[in-house]
Design a protein around this ligand. Structure first.
Ligand SMILES: [Ca+2]
Length: 477
């Protein structure tokens, strides 16, 4: 059993929004709100256009529970093909809901994914959204429309106080193997407390990020080492939330989403027999399924993640191959609650609500997606382009990252990105490259007036380099 300081983990409770988080970005979101001395909704007035239309079936006040796992890969749940770990609760949710096969985290690492989820803006447009420690300064500017501020506007429970300390000290100490139990208990209490109001619970788990320290009752329960045991711990957490909803008879009136903040990774800290997750201890469990690479990568293993949504009576159980991304949650939640986003809000957020509801679509809710891994890549239909690095600028040293070749894959036929078709389809490469440049230059990718990026966006962000630096600081991710 180990004890760590909170400032390495950022243990939060946003009692009001119901956001329980072990991650970086929501820390700053809550700090921003706290700095205003008010709930999130208090300072977004004017950014949302009140929708005066009467409530329709599309303007819901159902509860929303968004469970975000940390580092769970595309192949880590039974319903996505895993056999060496057992995830009965997640699988039950999938059986009762819609399971997506082409859902993406906005980035291949933690902090930028969470920024983009909260704001509906690709994190690579925004300064300072790389991997950050829990005590980093605010990155979501006060006043910006976020998922919780939007939902508060719609009458959901949303004050955002925080408990505990971010800077250490005895009050900030906690035990690794009790984190999952603590978060589940707090989620349970939040739901119970707000059972009679519309609520939004953002439950951001520590599992299955390193250091992987499952509670003793999960130790040795999987056939995929300690990493597998922490997947069991995550599944237990999902089961606790579902049981609470059942007990309070809220399940039918609650939309539940389970997903992950980026792809899976083995042993990102280097050899680590204590905390598991080496290829040896993983026992052949394919944590990212058939996808190429994993966390941090521009290949599909970096951002294609499990995504399951359940809403009894509203969403027919099944499987969807619609292209969606966490960055779309802002626009989808706006549509769900009958609110219209102003132009500046959620510049990369598409209303994917029809896809989430499993409706038959005449055209996709989004027909392109910029994937953010060690490089920027673009999806369009089944096609994916990872453009070559720009040529090396004079005086620059990082030769390894200069030049190279364009990579074009047809994911419908080649999900593992094994066959580069760039040389066979130069027109398509040029078309997709032009589209990506436009989506970058416009400061937005969703419909609306052009905006200005906060940074001079480079297609190749050097994420692989910062990833290398971060290996000694895994808690930041
Ligand atoms: Ca992560």
């Amino acid at each position: 059993m180990t004890t760590r300081q909170m400032n390495r983990r950022s243990f939060l409770e946003w009692t009001g929004t119901g956001a329980l988080a072990v991650c970086s970005v929501p820390v700053r979101a809550s700090e921003g709100v706290r700095a205003q001395g008010s709930g999130a909704g208090d300072h977004v007035a004017g950014l949302l256009t009140p929708d005066t239309r009467p409530l329709t079936p599309e303007t819901s006040r159902s509860n929303i529970v968004f469970i975000l796992a940390d580092d769970i890969g595309y192949g880590d749940f039974g319903c996505y093909g895993a056999t060496k770990v057992k995830t009965p609760n997640v699988d039950r949710l999938a059986g009762q809901g819609l399971r997506f096969t082409d859902a993406h985290s906005p980035s291949a690492v933690c902090t930028p994914t969470r920024y983009a989820f909260m704001t509906g803006e690709y994190a690579w447009r925004k300064k300072g959204t790389g991997i950050l420690p829990g005590i980093a300064a605010l990155i979501v500017e006060p006043g910006r429309v976020t998922v919780p501020s939007l939902l508060k506007q719609a009458g959901y429970v949303t004050g955002i106080p925080r408990i505990g300390s971010q800077t250490g000290g005895k009050a900030a100490l906690w035990k690794d193997d009790e984190i999952a139990d603590t978060l589940a208990a707090k989620a349970d209490a939040f739901i119970e407390r707000n059972r009679s109001k519309p609520f939004f619970l953002f439950l951001s788990t520590h599992d299955i990020h390193v250091p992987r320290v499952p509670n003793p009752r999960f130790k040795g329960t999987s056939q995929a080492g300690v990493r597998g045991d922490t997947i069991h711990s995550f599944d237990w957490t999902v089961g606790q939330v579902l049981a609470t909803l059942d007990r309070l008879k809220l399940a039918d009136n609650t939309l539940v989403i389970v997903t992950s903040d980026n792809g899976g990774v083995l042993d990102a800290n280097g050899p680590d027999t204590e905390h598991g997750g080496t290829p040896e201890t993983n026992n052949g469990h394919p944590h990212n399924g058939l996808l190429r690479a994993g966390k941090g990568s521009a290949y599909e293993g970096g951002t294609r993640v499990p995504f399951i949504i359940r809403w009894p009576g509203r969403i027919k159980p099944g499987v969807s191959d619609a292209l969606i991304c966490h960055v779309d949650m802002l626009a989808a939640m706006a549509a769900l609650t009958g609110q219209k986003l102003v132009d500046a809000a959620g510049p990369d957020s598409f209303n994917v609500l029809p896809a989430l509801l499993g409706e038959k679509l005449d055209k996709p809710c989004r027909d392109h997606l910029v994937e953010h891994g060690s490089a920027l890549a673009i999806r369009k239909g089944p096609w994916k382009l990872i453009p070559a690095n720009p040529p090396l600028a004079a005086g620059k040293k990082n030769k390894k990252r200069a030049g190279g070749s364009d990579q074009l894959y047809n994911l419908a036929e080649d999900i593992g990105e094994t066959t580069n078709l760039a040389s066979e389809k130069p027109e398509l490469v040029a078309e997709m490259s032009t589209l990506m440049e436009k989506l970058i230059a416009d400061g937005r990718s969703a419909p609306g007036a052009k905006q200005k990026n906060d940074v001079d966006v480079r297609r190749y962000l050097g994420a692989a380099t910062s990833q290398k630096k971060a290996t000694s600081k895994q808690e930041r991710r």
